[in-house]
Design a protein around this ligand. Structure first.
Ligand code: AMP
Ligand code: MG
Length: 329
């Protein structure tokens, strides 16, 4: 029985959530955006520093608790952009010191998977589709294993890059989804699935050439892009489900806000007698509640750090999902 506060800061979002006995009691966040162009890591880090105190106060208020009730602080240790991760860790360490409670380092990708329990998923494979990450992850034989992943860029970054090239700011995903709805003609694009892995950079180059040629409508390109890359993602997710013998597919990451992707996943799951779980948007995107949720599970197993050990914790910008030492299951 505990109250754990979680801090998320891996990329564009600074979020703080509070979990009490496995229930999310607050989840507040603020996102760094741009009108034109992509994320500049140091600018995003500055954003996090600027909003941190306000998000903290609002999160406590939403949770209806005072800071003295907090039993532990959890933070996103990696993977992510180093300047952004550092801001989150600095904030968390100083809070942990001031409140004299342990600090729990959490892997961001595993948190996306574990928060799926709130939706009722028990042992799912996660299709994790965010800005920087694109992976199919499942827990098998004592580890979180990556069954398939992007060989180059994350699908969200791919979509944002396509959007940026078309003159749309960050994040481009929601705008591209709206534009794609008006597309009528399907344009053939490269389809890049290699085993259980996917690749996007060749498709991006192809799309840019098509935009430059001015022969195609942006609506048709956006529509065809979604149909093509979502089919690639669904194909690898299905192969992973078959491979690990799981009957639940969970979605995570901002790209899973896309209703066409959800629809395609639904069809695939229906076809093979599997169940699809889609957390509500506030738990799908980067958020502090999922960090607090996994943080509480780890804290209950004694995996918090104090004193010098806490001071020595560091960020892990390139931490891989399958490198996470699982000591709480
Ligand atoms: P995350 O890194 O998980 O917070 O997700 C951010 C990414 O999700 C960005 O690349 C967004 O462009 C993308 N995204 C958000 N909403 C949508 C949408 N409706 N369709 C496609 N991508 C989206
Ligand atoms: Mg994420």
């Amino acid at each position: 029985m505990s109250i754990v506060l979680g801090v998320e800061s891996t990329a564009h979002t600074f979020g703080i959530g509070v979990v009490k006995n496995g229930k999310v009691i607050s989840n507040v966040r603020d996102m760094y955006t741009t009108k034109k162009g992509g994320i500049i890591p140091v600018d995003s880090a500055r954003h996090h520093r600027t909003v941190a105190e306000d998000i903290y106060q609002r999160s406590l208020k939403e949770a209806g608790i005072s800071e003295g009730e907090i039993d532990a602080i959890a933070f996103s240790q990696g993977p992510g952009l180093p300047p952004c991760l550092l801001e989150g860790m600095k904030f968390s360490k100083s809070l942990s010191k001031r409140l004299k409670v342990p600090l729990v380092p959490v892997n961001h990708c595993v948190a996306h998977l574990e928060i799926g329990r709130i939706t009722g998923a028990k042992d799912p494979a996660l299709l994790y589709v965010s800005g920087a990450n694109t992976q199919v992850i499942a827990y098998a034989a004592g580890k979180y294993r990556v069954f398939g992943e992007t060989l180059d860029i994350g699908v969200g970054n791919f979509i944002d890059n396509f959007a940026r090239y078309s003159g749309i700011g960050f994040p481009g995903g929601p705008k591209i989804e709206a534009i794609a709805k008006k597309g009528k003609e399907f344009i053939d694009l490269p389809y890049k699935v290699k085993g259980m892995d996917v690749a996007f950079s060749g498709i991006l180059t192809n799309l840019k050439q098509k935009l430059d040629s001015k022969k195609y409508k942006i609506e048709d390109l956006a529509y065809s892009m979604q149909e093509t890359v979502f089919a690639m993602l669904v194909e690898t997710a299905e192969r992973a489900l078959a491979h690990v013998g799981k009957k639940e597919l969970l979605l995570g990451g901002g790209v899973a806000c896309n209703s066409r992707l959800v629809e395609m996943c639904e069809k695939m799951c229906e076809g093979r007698g599997a169940k699809l779980f889609v957390p509500n948007k506030s738990l799908l995107v980067d958020n502090g509640a999922m960090i607090a949720y996994l943080g509480e599970i780890m804290f209950e197993k004694g995996l918090g750090f104090k004193g010098e050990e806490m001071e020595n914790l560091d960020i892990k910008p390139r931490q891989r999902t399958d490198d996470v030492e699982v000591r709480w299951k």
